[in-house]
Design a protein around this ligand. Structure first.
Ligand code: SF4
Ligand code: SF4
Length: 368
């Protein structure tokens, strides 16, 4: 198929920059097996690229940060997803359940926005935290609200549509959501999720989008440590979505230290972090990458418990290794016996229970 202008420009940029040095392929088995970015760009321009290939990629961005010539293969593959999804060259059938779940979390049933008098900021736990750990989402809200009046927003950022290649539809919806949040009168939205932040920022909102980790880091610094608590070495799983965001990485580590534990880095950390396996939902399309990334993370963690600020990483790694959300750790969870997370229908029910709780909390004082 003929590429659209954005993907065509991105392919030409790869051809200009990539000299097939193989550095990125040393990190990523997909590039090693299916061709270096220069080859993929050439094939895409010639209409010969397998339309399934961008959907086998985890969209983790490691190739882009590894490239000494500043090529952006990850951005190119992301654009190709949108192209092949829009043209129908790749059927989104594998994403059916994933998108159906998004439709549920985007529905009015799962949406709630309210602000107390004088709130200048909102907490937006996203579908990930509010579904997997609804109790944590509410405990963090209460902590923030005790510091200063804070609005609560339960909604979906439409990241699943973006992942599936429906970038335009996702942007339209998140812009609509950003306008509803702005109507609460807040100037800052705090998120725990890298994807929510990416989506809200893409909407070019009237408010700042910050992480809850950066807001809580000063609280962690001031916290008195419990001398009886056993301090463990915690391996940090950094989300690949905010791999370039040093302040977030620092804040996540502050929360670990503030929980009385020691940060112990993995080989791939900070901007060089690797995907946990969930990235791009490549597993839905039969990619072998998710299992490769997951195994690599677990090997790097060794016998250390893992802490992560990403619910996707939590879901992927916790099945076979003690893995705790850093917010649960901050709230006192034992990293060796982390609290269970909800998934599937239970996660949807958890979100609804969270909404009921929020509704009770705001009854009478609501501005929404
Ligand atoms: S999986 Fe990650 S490193 Fe590999 S091509 Fe995709 S974005 Fe690049
Ligand atoms: S690291 Fe950069 S220049 Fe080297 S093969 Fe990858 S994209 Fe090309």
């Amino acid at each position: 198929m003929k590429l659209g202008s954005k993907a065509r420009d991105a392919a030409r940029e790869i051809l200009k920059r990539c000299d097939s040095c193989t550095i990125c392929a040393k990190e990523c088995p997909l590039l090693k097996e299916r061709g270096l970015p220069h080859d993929l760009a050439r094939d895409a321009l010639a209409g010969k690229l397998d339309p399934a290939l961008p959907f086998l990629c985890s969209l983790c961005g490691l190739c882009t940060v590894a490239c000494p010539r500043k090529a952006d293969p990850a951005g190119f593959l992301r654009l190709l997803r949108a192209e092949f999804a829009a043209s129908g060259d790749f059927s989104l059938e594998p994403f059916q359940d994933y998108l159906a779940s998004e439709a549920r979390t985007s529905s009015p049933n799962h949406t709630f926005l309210a602000a107390p008098q004088g709130a200048r900021r909102a907490f937006f736990p996203g579908c990930g935290l509010s579904g997997a750990r609804p109790e944590t989402a509410w405990a963090v809200y209460e902590m923030l609200d005790a510091l200063e009046p804070t609005a609560f927003v339960l909604a979906c950022c439409s990241h699943p549509s973006q992942v599936a290649g429906r970038a335009d539809a996702a942007l339209t919806r998140v812009k609509d959501l950003a306008a509803r949040i702005a109507a609460l009168g807040v100037s800052e939205v705090l998120v725990p999720c890298a994807s929510c932040r990416e989506m809200l920022q893409a909407a070019e909102p009237e408010f700042e989008v910050s992480t809850v980790y950066e807001t809580l880091a000063p609280v962690a610094d001031e916290r008195e440590q419990d001398p009886d608590r056993e301090s463990l070495d915690i391996a940090v799983q950094d989300s690949c979505v905010w791999r370039l965001d040093k302040p977030v990485h620092r804040a996540v580590r502050d929360l670990i230290w503030g929980s009385g534990h020691a940060v112990s880095e993995m080989n791939h950390a900070w901007y060089r972090t690797t995907c946990c396996g969930a990235g791009g939902q490549a597993g839905l399309c039969g990619s072998a990458l998710p299992e490769y990334w997951r195994a690599q993370r677990l090997e790097e963690a060794g016998d250390r418990p893992i802490a992560t600020a990403c619910t996707g990483c939590l879901r992927t790694l916790a099945g076979s290794h003690p893995t705790v959300h850093v917010l649960d750790l901050f709230l006192g969870a034992d990293p060796l016996h982390p609290p269970a997370f909800l998934s599937g229908d239970a996660a949807h029910l958890g979100r609804l229970a969270l909404k009921r709780r929020a509704r009770r909390h705001f009854r009478g004082s609501r501005k929404s």
